[in-house]
Design a protein. Structure first.
Lengths: 209, 368
């Protein structure tokens, strides 16, 4: 199977069928780079998004994503079935957590300088400048609050609330049970709720106590 | 329970009242009709719960409105990338990856180090408290030959007859031992069944032992305590059951007269070390204690007579190299567990250090 990748990120959104995916995986096991790159094109947006939300550093997220795909290619023999995307997420998550641990051990380095704000990406259909400004502030607040979550809680919230994955896939990606994911998400939501209410004027009316 | 009560008092809800699954399902909008009824009933009882859940729903809505991220570039891989990754990954880094924090083996080095260190501590405590004791073979070596020799190293030549590396002590039986400067030297010779143990304490300057062994004209020893063993050397292998010391020694001092008692010997030995520093005195005292034990049987008899000799009849089964110290006499007298104690301690300590070193090295290999 040849690779039809044209080098344009995010433009090829073709959804592979499970049959195609398994065939590509089998070809990858045989060392077919083109087959694996089809899988890369399929999942690179998702992997990069989760990594970016987790490490909150764009440059680091790019490096981690690239390394994750290289690692996935080298470890393809260890893939035992299941949701391939979750398997990729697990590799990316481990790499992300490794990065965060290294960052945590180096107090001189701060991710605040390169923090990823959601301000430009909170969608609002009102086209109201005031609403846009408030959304930008709200996005900063959310970013700040998400930064205060533990890595595990943040990863669960990113996977489910931000990226919209199902609990089972998130559990598969994190490598824990669905119950654990639900528990983490519940705690993450509670902490986020408490955090965002520190600045209530930025919140929509429904979020103010 | 306390937190639930406090939460209710301050108007906050405890979501565990209705369960995580139900809360998540309600916030996600995936709750069943039954779950919705339960939640709504609880919200009527506690308005704060309604506010909490509505806040979470709104928050989730905001998070869901965050625009999806697209990859800024292609992450397609090439053979060069993979080769570079494999090339940059040394064997050590591959090994280190197995012990990365998220791996199951992450804590293995720390656990190994901890267990080893704990074992060393327990062995040490057991040794101090007497629960664990050095095994007999090693204890013999330590107490009879090595320790005595070491204790005398600082004060002069010392050794047991027939023992390799102690030519000075392997002098001819009955041959006088001496020191060049005339300082005191004491020799204890205990013979049983023709086998002889010689414990010799010398002053630091007593370096004439080799010369003595070579038959030099050394002056008379100041003190010799010797047990006569008129009988022929025992051929019973059980009487010779102490490792390298089972070798047949030369027929040392089989007929030599007893020239002093143990008490005199001790006095002389103490006299000899008066000018030594405190450490030497302590070490010598240990040797004296041991020698005193050896001569204990003698001391009970008439000093200066042949009757003071420790004979085979008095101590049947006394093998060559076997001392009469209560500590050394019989393995059956041990109350504790007999183990190769110091070997275990050294090995476990080395294991602990190795594990700690490996843990640090693996962390460095991972770039942490």
């Amino acid at each position: 199977m040849g690779c039809e990748y044209d080098g344009t990120a995010g433009t090829q959104r073709s959804k592979l069928t499970n049959f195609d995916e398994q065939r590509l995986i089998q070809l990858t096991r045989d060392g077919d780079y083109d087959a694996f790159n089809r899988l890369v094109v399929e999942y690179q947006d998702a992997v990069f998004a989760v990594v970016l939300r987790t490490v909150r550093n764009r440059a680091a997220a790019e490096d981690i994503t690239q390394d994750a795909f290289i690692s996935a290619f080298r470890k393809i023999s260890s893939y035992r079935g299941g949701i391939f995307r979750a398997w990729l997420f697990r590799i990316a998550k481990n790499a992300s957590l490794d990065y965060l641990r290294k960052i945590a051990r180096r107090p001189e380095s701060s991710i605040d300088e390169d923090i990823v704000y959601f301000s430009e990406t909170v969608k609002d259909d009102t086209q109201d400048p005031l609403a846009d400004a408030l959304n930008a502030e709200l996005a900063r607040l959310i970013e700040h609050c998400m930064g205060g979550l533990s890595d595990d809680h943040r990863f669960a919230m990113v996977m489910i609330d931000v990226e919209g994955y199902q609990y089972d896939e998130a559990a598969d990606s994190i490598g824990v049970s669905i119950g654990t994911v639900k528990s983490r998400l519940n705690r993450a939501r509670a902490r986020m709720r408490d955090c965002v209410q520190q600045d209530p004027e930025l919140l929509p009316a429904s979020m103010r106590l | 329970m306390v937190f639930r009560v406090l939460n209710r008092l301050i108007g906050r809800t405890d979501q565990s009242d209705i369960g995580v699954d139900t809360v998540n399902a309600y916030v996600d909008g995936n709750a069943s009709n039954d779950e919705i009824k339960i939640v709504e009933e609880m919200m009527r009882e506690n308005p704060a719960l309604e506010k909490d859940l509505s806040t979470q729903q709104a928050l989730r809505s905001v998070l869901g409105r965050i625009e999806k991220v697209e990859a800024p570039r292609s992450f397609a891989i090439t053979p060069e990338m993979v080769a570079a990754a494999e090339g940059s990954e040394s064997g050590l880094s591959r090994l280190a990856e197995l012990f990365a924090p998220q791996r199951k083996l992450a804590l293995a080095p720390a656990i190994i180090a901890g267990i080893a260190a704990l074992s060393v501590a327990l062995l040490t405590i057991g040794d101090i408290s007497g629960v664990v004791e050095q095994s007999e073979a090693r204890r013999y070596e330590t107490n009879s030959a090595a320790a005595i020799a070491e204790s005398s190293d600082d004060s002069g030549a010392m050794g047991a007859p027939g023992q390799p590396g102690n030519p000075g002590a392997a002098g001819a039986p009955g041959e006088p031992a001496s020191s060049d400067d005339g300082s005191a030297m004491a020799t204890v010779v205990v013979a049983a069944k023709g086998d002889t143990v010689v414990t010799k304490m010398d002053s630091p300057a007593a370096t004439a032992a080799p010369a003595m062994a070579a038959g030099g004209s050394a002056p008379e020893p100041e003190m010799i305590v010797e047990a006569e063993a008129p009988e022929a050397p025992s051929s019973d292998p059980e009487d010779r059951a102490f490792g390298s010391f089972t070798a047949e020694p030369p027929s040392l001092a089989a007929e030599a007269p007893l020239e002093g008692t143990a008490d005199e010997f001790v006095d002389t030995a103490e006299q000899a070390v008066q000018d030594e520093d405190a450490i030497d005195e302590i070490e010598l005292a240990k040797s004296i204690d041991r020698s005193d034990s050896i001569g204990g049987a003698d001391a009970g008899s008439d000093a200066g007579s042949d009757g003071g000799a420790t004979t085979l009849e008095e101590q049947p089964g006394l093998a060559y190299g076997q001392e009469t110290s209560p500590q050394l006499q019989s393995p059956t007298s041990d109350d504790g567990i007999s183990l190769p104690l110091w070997q275990l301690q050294v090995a476990l300590a080395a294991l602990a250090l190795a594990a700690i070193g490996a843990w640090a090295g693996l962390r460095r290999a991972r770039g942490e």
